[in-house]
Ligand binder design. Sequence first.
Ligand SMILES: C[S@@+](CC[C@H](N)C(=O)[O-])C[C@H]1O[C@@H](n2cnc3c(N)ncnc32)[C@H](O)[C@@H]1O
Length: 427
Amino acid sequence: MAGSNGFALEVSRIRTGDRSIAAAAPKMLAFLAEVTDSALLAECKAQAAAVAAYLAQKKDVAAEEHNAALKIKLRVGHRLGEVLADNVRAGRRWESNSDTVSELDRDLPEEITEKQSSRVQQLARVPWQEIAERIDAATKENERASGAKVVREFLREVRSRDLAAKAAAAARTGEGQAWNIHTVDVLEGLRAAVVQPRLVFADPPYNIGVDYGRGVNADRLPREVYLARCQAWMRDVRPLVRDDGSFWVLINDESAAEFNLALRAAGWHIRQWLIWYETFGVNHSSGFNRTHRHLFWAVKNSRRFVFNPDAVNRLSDRQEKYADRRADPSGKTWDSVWGVNPPIPRLVENARERLSGFPTQLPLALLLPIVGCASEPGDLILDLFTGSGTTGEAALRQGRRFLGFESDETIAEQARVRLRAFQGELS
Ligand SMILES: C[S@@+](CC[C@H](N)C(=O)[O-])C[C@H]1O[C@@H](n2cnc3c(N)ncnc32)[C@H](O)[C@@H]1O
């Protein structure tokens, strides 16, 4: 394929339906590897955009076509970055039309600014080949896999990895600690706190007689005392949370109705009342087995809150069960009953992640999506009742910072050991 006309010819064949994008892609990618002229690459970029526009207005396009178009788009962006970065290094002016540069920065100045230069270097570093390989691997596993989703996940993973590594380095040097667990009563902790978490999680004692180090009676308070305490932390935590932040609360059947009202009374907007189906429970011979808990997703501001649907995305039934080519390749957000698809079973005694001696450890599979969908890398996550530190591990695994309150020192130390061990794995 010679010159820009060759590339354009492939594009016009695609647009007239003479050739599939997947069939044209190898030639187009090979062509891009050879181009050294940024103006020509800018033209290819416009052509790739035309392919995307053509795809957008077509119905029932196979995921393979979308993925091939995405790979071409990624390669064009990367190649442009490389060529422009070469120009910057050689001290040359932009050899490009203003359209191309406008994506790098709105107004084209006479001289290249430092910001533009670093943006160009950044584009040049995009590991397009690795991303393309991941798209291919995902497609091999499932021919309807979404390349766009692979890219989003890849970028998220890179960002989290960088942040987690930074957090581990900071923890080693003692600078800007990535996590902390205070041995403190929740209400005292909230009174003294000067933090602004994006997300707060609470899995409080359920007042059912579990021994958290102070005997079973400490978790068997008169009902009104228990509920008044819960109302107090629901109220006191709200001013700390960032305006677009959220509060997630897990509770059993006995107190769910009261928690719904108490959260509202404390000024929270209940975004959704979710159910966690935890797969199995103790057998009931005179009733139905208890296999669920209530998960309140409450937001501070009903119009503006963080929600990353990619963290809670699954294959749709059309993709998974019916092999329907019309399926949206980007999948589907989870249903409001969690734990059915994908399963999130409660931890059995011999589960790998289970810590010995702590009675109510939640699975990471429950906290990872909460942290992922309701916060951004770098955000501070606060857990009011840390327990074994599951929320802390879910936060650090995804490049977030963590602060936990825990009233029992032995339990708090067990959680610290867990987080140190996790950080050890990272370094
Ligand atoms: C249900 S457990 C939390 C389990 C945790 N989500 C996990 O995955 O390991 C509740 C925890 O809250 C702690 N706790 C009880 N009362 C507290 C209080 N007033 N302030 C802070 N922590 C408290 C208990 O010691 C226990 O570790």
